[in-house]
Design a binder for this molecule. Structure first.
Ligand SMILES: Cc1ncc(COP(=O)(O)O)c(C=O)c1O
Length: 427
């Protein structure tokens, strides 16, 4: 009897074999620390700091980490700490998930979208500098912050981005939500800029079910972030406020999961790298598919959160004639919550028909295969935003897709996924 395959998802939460997550969560209940503070939060922050502060060559940094309720909250608080206010502009990578840019709008500030370079798919340093100079000329002000994003875990060119940021004295908020454990020059992403964003959402390198953190360069910034994360209270016996604060601290229950997850972080990173290498090997002779590899430059050390690839536009995929015939009924991408129904199955900027056909073909084979993020400058909600564009992210959006790479993906799964891709291609 042939056993039925379970669906292979992009990246599922995976707990330590020792069940440490449950032990720490139980401790939270046993000691009644069921609040957004406590021993698990402190220990998780310490463990995250130790991780972020240890360079590959053994040398140490002295950053502080503050645990928060989500990566999105971390972006929001980093912007506040950088002094971003209503009417300000912030340069942000266009090719990203919406949480990199949405918090800019929470503050009444305006995103200035920067397109990507071909090699890393991340913020193009040349375009960034052009944008900074152009905004100064047009508005009389420099942008208030710069947000590069480690797309699918790939490091941005930290050296060039930081050099430009320093030249114009603009703080950098590194969005390393997908890049936990990726390194540049042996140093963990998120430790280069003034702030580094981490996410512990259910599909990330490690999870706390939902959660995030900010890597801060010093104690003063960490305290400021913590203050804003806990409703910004002044030192009186009663609640007195001189600034607007937020309820963004991480729960001690969730931090218990995080403490346990830190024991499997290195193994997760190693597994993602292993899966990527196997995809690269097995897809080498499939000339129509191109895996997004890291630059050969040894400074780059990606965690390969997801395996991203592109499909040549002229390739025909089984079922392609039916691509986009029907509007989607459920959210693509797992636990994405409620989606707003639409009348039309197409937009003016979407993945090619063959990429959509591949998604559907793989879904029928029980493999989650997802389009790459749609660039923010092509999102209707940002129709009026300023953007500095070179066509790279839009081009990749049309041909790109992501393949499963999480801890549950076995070698056998990767062989199966590659076989399915080969089967999908009409020859
Ligand atoms: C690039 C990027 N930034 C920010 C976030 C936001 O993180 P969270 O989901 O924890 O709010 C995510 C992921 O979810 C992301 O992929």
């Amino acid at each position: 009897m042939v056993e039925e395959r379970n669906t292979i998802y992009l990246c599922l939460a995976h707990m330590s074999e020792a069940g440490l997550e449950q032990k720490y969560v139980k401790e939270a209940f046993d000691t009644n620390w069921v609040v957004p503070m406590g021993p698990n939060v402190n220990a998780f922050e310490q463990s995250l700091s130790d991780f972020a502060n240890t360079n590959s060559d053994g040398s140490k940094l002295d950053h502080r980490v503050v645990c928060l309720s989500a990566g999105t909250a971390a972006v929001h608080l980093a912007l506040i700490a950088c002094g971003v206010k209503s009417g300000d502009e912030v340069c942000v990578q266009s090719f990203t998930f919406c949480a990199s840019s949405h918090p800019i709008t929470y503050l009444g500030a305006r995103p200035v979208f920067i397109d990507s370079e071909c090699e890393t798919w991340n913020m193009d340093p040349e375009l960034l500098e052009k944008a900074i100079l152009d905004r100064k000329e047009k508005t009389g002000k420099y942008p208030k912050a710069i947000i590069p994003v480690a797309l699918y875990g790939m490091p941005y060119d930290c050296e060039k981005i930081m050099a430009i940021a320093n030249k114009y004295n603009i703080p950098v908020i590194e969005d390393a939500a997908e890049g936990m454990g990726s390194r540049f020059n042996g140093r963990v992403l998120g430790t280069f800029g003034r702030f580094g964003v981490l996410s512990f959402n259910g599909n990330k390198m490690i999870t706390t079910s939902g959660g995030g953190a900010l890597i801060c360069q010093n104690g003063e910034d960490a305290n400021n972030v913590m203050w804003h994360a806990t409703q910004a209270r002044d030192a009186y016996p009663y609640y007195q406020h001189t600034e607007i604060g937020y309820n963004y601290r991480m729960s001690n229950v969730c931090a218990g999961i995080g403490r346990g997850q830190m024991t499997v972080l290195d193994a997760h990173i190693a597994h993602h790298k292993h899966v990527q290498a196997l995809y690269e090997e097995l897809l080498e002779d499939v000339s129509e598919v191109h895996i997004h590899k890291q630059p050969s430059d040894s400074r780059y050390d990606a965690n390969f959160w997801l395996c991203a690839a592109t499909l040549d536009p002229e390739v025909k995929i089984q079922g392609q004639e039916n691509a986009y015939k029907e509007a989607i009924k459920t959210a693509v991408g797992g636990a994405a919550g409620v989606i707003k129904a639409v009348d039309c199955a197409t937009t003016d900027c979407q993945p090619n028909d063959n990429v959509e056909a591949l998604r559907v073909f793989m879904l029928n084979k029980k493999v989650e295969c997802r389009p790459v993020w749609k660039p923010m400058h092509k999102q209707p909600v940002y129709a009026d935003a300023v953007a500095y564009i070179n066509g790279v992210s839009e081009e990749i959006f049309k041909v790109g897709f992501c393949l499963p790479a999480g801890p549950y993906v076995t070698d056998d799964d990767v062989h199966y996924i590659v076989d399915c891709i080969k089967e999908a291609i009409v020859r």
